[in-house]
Structure formats: structure tokens, C-alpha cells
Unconditional design. Structure first.
Length: 244
């Protein structure tokens, strides 16, 4: 395969990965607490290029994806069990296989009075355990995460922070520690807002513009592949022509 076709095919693959990622971002543009994925482009350099045996060896690739943890805007819901964070950190819930972390504070009360996330995962309290409340009794959530009923503290929301690269996505709006060596820390300076939710940080207009740009790039690379195939076909015809 000629260098033009190889480079164009590599570009097509990279754009396909970007389109899939962008489509997932757009699908979650209205999902509270969702954090957008981004891509980091690089060039693949073949071993032959490193020893100088061939110049045509660099191919465009998506080296890795990364998560944009920038905060989304806060939206007022007036639901006393909705909470949003202003500042760094995550809310902690007890997942099926250990702690999960999220910025989506859409909570509710289970039948037994446990404060749970929308998927039914119990909300973790600072210092361990979960939070249980009295149904039908007004709930007050203070800026430090303390949950009060009847003027008494029922517990405090666990607010956790991580160093860069310490989290990995685990579906929906949840994250999990990227490995057993990752250590958590208490989120410092973070304020809890009752009756609000954090919106997705996906910018729909920006994503739509990027989608159009990627589609145009994809079409140009398809034409390059077709051009390379046509050039190869004509070259073969010239070689196979009698008397040439």
C-alpha cells in the first residue's frame, strides 16, 4: 500500500475515534455532572524511521483520551435533596464493588430512609457509613456538607478530591480510583449548594462545530484514499500494457 493511502487510512481511523467520543459527549450534554472526554493527537513513528531506513513513517493517531474535569454551571432545582459542589472534589457513593465518585448530586430517599443516588447507590458519609434520614421531615444541607433534620446533624456528606490522573470513568457520571495505589484527600474549600445540580460541562454549540469539522476532514481523507487507489490502478494498467 502506498504512503498516501496509508496516511489517509490512519487519519480516517483517528477521526473515527474522535467522532465516537464526540457523539458520546453530545449524547450526555444534558446529563447532570457529566464530564466531557477530549482527545490528544500524536504521530506514530515506525521503527524503520527511527533507524533512518525510510522517511515515510509518521502516521496521525489518537494517542490517548482525557477527561475534562472543569465545572459545569449550577442549575436551581429547589429540590432539597439535590446538591451541587462549588469547587474541587466529588461526592462519594457506595457502588456494587466499592466507592464511586460523582458530581451528580441528584439524590433521593429510599424506602428505608437511606439517602441514595439516582441509581440506588447509598450516599457515603464522612468518616464512614451511609446517611439515613426521616421521611417527610425537612432536610437542611449546610455548605460544609452537614445534613440536618429537626435541628440535629444526621451526618456529613463525604467530599473527596484526587490528584491528576487518579480517576477512571465507570459509566454514567461515576468515577472510580484508577488503581489501588491512588490515595484520596478531603476536598478543601469546596462548598455544597442545596437545591441545585451541576450541569454537564459539554458545550453543545462548540461540539456541534467540531462535529462538522471532523466530518469534513473525514470526507477529505476518504477522497485521498480513493485518489491513492485510482493512482495505483492506473500505474498497474500502465505496467501491464503491452509494449510499455
Amino acid at each position: 500500500m502506498d504512503a498516501l493511502t496509508v496516511s489517509a487510512a490512519s487519519g480516517l481511523r483517528a477521526r473515527m475515534e474522535s467522532l465516537e467520543m464526540l457523539a458520546n459527549n453530545l449524547a450526555n450534554a444534558a446529563t447532570g455532572g457529566y464530564k466531557a472526554d477530549r482527545e490528544f493527537y500524536s504521530l506514530y513513528v515506525s521503527p524503520e524511521a527511527e533507524d533512518g531506513s525510510t522517511p515515510a513513517s509518521t502516521l496521525p493517531v489518537v494517542e490517548r483520551q482525557w477527561t475534562d474535569f472543569s465545572a459545569g454551571s449550577l442549575r436551581v432545582t429547589n429540590n432539597p435533596l439535590d446538591v451541587a459542589l462549588a469547587g474541587r472534589g466529588f461526592l462519594a457513593v457506595e457502588g456494587p464493588s466499592g466507592p464511586l465518585y460523582t458530581r451528580n448530586g441528584s439524590f433521593r430517599l429510599a424506602a428505608d430512609g437511606a439517602l441514595v443516588a439516582s441509581e440506588g447507590y447509598p450516599v457515603r458519609a464522612a468518616g464512614g457509613g451511609t446517611l439515613r434520614l426521616e421521611p417527610g421531615v425537612p432536610v437542611e444541607i449546610l455548605p460544609d456538607g452537614t445534613v440536618r433534620q429537626r435541628g440535629q446533624a444526621a451526618g456529613r456528606l463525604e467530599l473527596v478530591d484526587f490528584s491528576a490522573g487518579g480517576l477512571a470513568k465507570r459509566g454514567n457520571t461515576y468515577f472510580q480510583a484508577a488503581g489501588p495505589a491512588v490515595r484520596t484527600a478531603t476536598a478543601a474549600g469546596t462548598q455544597v449548594h442545596q437545591g441545585k445540580l451541576e450541569d454537564s460541562n459539554v458545550g453543545a454549540p462548540e461540539s456541534a462545530v467540531r462535529l462538522v469539522s471532523l466530518m469534513r476532514q473525514f470526507e477529505m481523507l476518504q477522497k485521498a484514499v480513493s485518489l491513492g487507489s485510482e493512482m495505483n490502478r492506473r500505474a498497474l494498467e500502465e505496467v501491464a500494457r503491452p509494449g510499455s
